[in-house]
Design a protein around this ligand. Sequence first.
Ligand code: IPE
Ligand code: IPE
Ligand code: MG
Length: 231
Amino acid sequence: MTKPNHVAVIMDGNGRWAQQRLMPRIEGHRRGIAALRTLVETARKSQIRNLSVFAFSSENWKRPEDEVQALMRFFVAGLKKEAVPLRDAGVRMHVVGDRSAFSEDLNVAIDEAEAIGKDALGMHFNICLNYGGRWDIVQAARALQLEGRTIDVKSLEDKLCMPWSGPVDLMIRTGGERRISNFILWQAAYAELWFSEALWPDFTAEDFDEALSWFEGRERRFGMTSAQVKA
Ligand code: IPE
Ligand code: IPE
Ligand code: MG
């Protein structure tokens, strides 16, 4: 069976992981970065061509100021630290989302990290920061409107934030919740959905492999009958 071309991951449960250990929530985010490193390595080994992760949603600004600021510091430090190792592993990193709200520091770190990885060919790695699925659709529609173009499925799709990655085949959410929380909406229209009870810092390479094996057993019908798909 075919493996997914595009895997999207909602990395949820960092705060609960920390709280269960009587640690500050931010410690859960720190451990979440380690789990993300494992995810990227595992996806690379599994020859996944496109990996998108939800690191900060357009709604996460509503969190306490100290948590938001700590996350922003992690993003800057993480981009600086990981840009070269990612490139060396063949990973082309993109930050996807509304960058207008970011600090100068973060915008510079993003530009530098993206420039370092621009020629890597192994895997597109989309880090969704200040991203929301509804925002993405609106910005695409606005771009078409500005150009005076007709809005149809194809033209709108081309204006979405990460056209290089195509439709999401497999969406994974950890942390036990069964919701999309305004992550990739349009491109996930036919995604297979995998929910894991594991809190994000506990999500392992084996957990990812389990999701991939499950995906390979799905019959994707895209509206057709099973007999049509088999023919
Ligand atoms: C997801 O973990 C990470 C971010 C939103 C940045 P949470 O921080 O949402 O963890 P829980 O859901 O509170 O446990
Ligand atoms: C989704 O998780 C966002 C990220 C993982 C970055 P949330 O924890 O923000 O989602 P809700 O609020 O529980 O729906
Ligand atoms: Mg959460």
